[in-house]
Design a protein. Structure first.
Length: 446
């Protein structure tokens, strides 16, 4: 009987396997069609992941403009909903926060990062967030100001050293040394002077966290097959350097011991939660603030007329005050506008996400349970309807247009109760560093 078949059983099985594999690869790709939401064409297995090669921010901007702010896309087989409508953002991140409390996490990031604010969920997140928030109160920041000012003075000294050589230099390198020194000093009580001690374990460990590549096999596997993350983690694979994590873990233990704190004391935060959040503050506060600092100096160098206004503002302030201290740097509104405009043009986080907990209707948009909802910060910041001539550096726009602009059009630190907890410290660092530098120097392009 089998001899009568036009194909051998082996080839039938092979064909059936090919069909099943193909269906596995493309099966989720009808998700948004069923929801009535447009999406760019996904490729089998990879979805739209390969388009990140040109930059996730540019991919977001193209789709934001093409699909009228709300659209779907796929990271591997995983559907993601992108929401750029400001009313919907307000609903998702504020009014409906109980349904969109959590962020996306990945298996394979390790126990320490699993216990950071960025990863904690529901009541655990609320408990730890409540405990950490007072760390960044006005009173606490004022206590940290002396350390931040000292690091800013160190930055000025480093600039002076470079100026003597008469050669061009990498501002990003100096900015990174400054933010590293601030975090080391305020968070761990360690004076590193990272520019002159680039091989210090704190410096090398922190930098190792930013060796991120979308084409890293580990990253690709976790994007395409998220369910494999737990298996890979049990096999010893993680996103981050184990050596760096171990070093930071020991550094946190030392800092806690020096301060006489009990890990299981205040607010019921566990030892691993202390470690997770200390490390995430370090990682989040180092690269992002350094980038913003160097990009602000770049914008000022490109726009000497703006830079002169900042100089004049600082000079006028110093006629009334003896020095650039905590109160002084918070009394420089035009400098603050320059920082805000740089954060608009170059947001540290080009998108952020929330996970939908249950089937939800948000202003007529149906969002199924488990859907990853992303907010395209970069695309919103370059929307010409919200920001006329968005590609231009115009610090005055926050004053001239700020009162009439929707507050959800500006999202450099996220939105809602789950926004960036350390944003006030980052802003203080930027103000101190820029004010101190501009008091002594002028920036020019090469």
């Amino acid at each position: 009987m089998l001899d009568l078949l036009p194909f051998s059983p082996t080839w039938v099985l092979v064909g059936l396997c090919v069909v099943l594999v193909y269906l596995y690869m493309v099966w989720p790709y009808s998700t948004f069609k069923k929801l009535g939401i447009p999406n760019p064409k996904p490729y089998p297995l990879f979805g739209n992941y390969l388009e990140y090669g040109k930059g996730a921010n540019l991919f977001d901007k193209e789709c934001y403009e093409k699909y009228n702010k709300v659209y779907g896309y796929f990271e591997g087989r995983t559907p993601n909903l992108m929401v750029g409508d400001l009313e919907l953002i307000k609903e998702i991140t504020v009014k409906e926060i109980n349904k969109f409390t959590n962020r996306r996490t990945f298996d394979g990031q390790g126990d320490i990062f699993d216990n950071a604010l960025t990863s904690l969920k529901d009541t655990d997140w609320k408990r730890v967030r409540s405990a950490i928030t007072p760390t960044f109160s006005s009173g606490k920041l004022k206590q940290m100001a002396a350390q931040v000012e000292r690091c800013a003075d160190g930055l000025v000294a480093n600039l002076a050293e470079n100026q003597k050589t008469g050669m061009e230099f990498d501002m990003k390198r100096l900015a990174g040394a400054f933010t590293m020194d601030v975090i080391s000093s305020t968070g761990f009580g360690v004076d590193v002077d990272s520019l002159h001690n680039p091989d210090h374990p704190l410096v090398t460990s922190a930098k190792s966290f930013f060796e991120f590549n979308f084409y890293n096999p580990m990253i690709i596997i976790l994007f395409l097959f998220p369910s494999l993350g737990g298996i890979l983690e049990r096999l010893g694979f993680t996103f981050f350097s184990k050596k760096a994590l171990n070093y930071f873990s020991e550094a946190v233990d030392t800092a806690v011991s020096m301060r006489g704190s009990e890990p299981n004391g205040t607010h019921g935060i566990s030892s691993i939660e202390i470690k997770g959040n200390a490390i995430i503050m370090w990682v989040a506060g180092y690269e992002t603030t350094a980038n913003t600092l160097s990009l602000t100096t770049y914008n000022l160098a490109l726009h000497p007329e703006v830079q002169e206004k900042v100089h004049a503002e600082i000079a006028a302030l110093l006629e009334k005050r003896e020095k650039l201290d905590y109160e002084a740097v918070n009394d420089l509104p035009y400098l603050d506008m320059c920082i805000s405009e740089t954060l608009r043009m170059y947001p540290a986080a080009q998108r952020f996400d929330r996970i939908c907990k249950e089937d939800t209707e948000v202003k007529g948009l149906h969002i199924p349970a488990g859907m990853i909802v992303n907010i395209p910060v970069y695309a919103i910041h370059y929307d010409a309807e919200l920001w006329p001539e968005p590609e231009k550096f115009k610090p005055e726009r926050s004053e001239d247009e700020g009162k009439s602009r929707d507050p959800y059009a500006y999202l450099p630190f996220g939105s809602g109760p789950r926004n960036c907890v350390g944003m006030r410290l980052a802003q203080l660092e930027l103000k101190f560093a820029l004010a101190k530098m501009l008091q002594k120097f002028r920036f020019v392009t090469c």
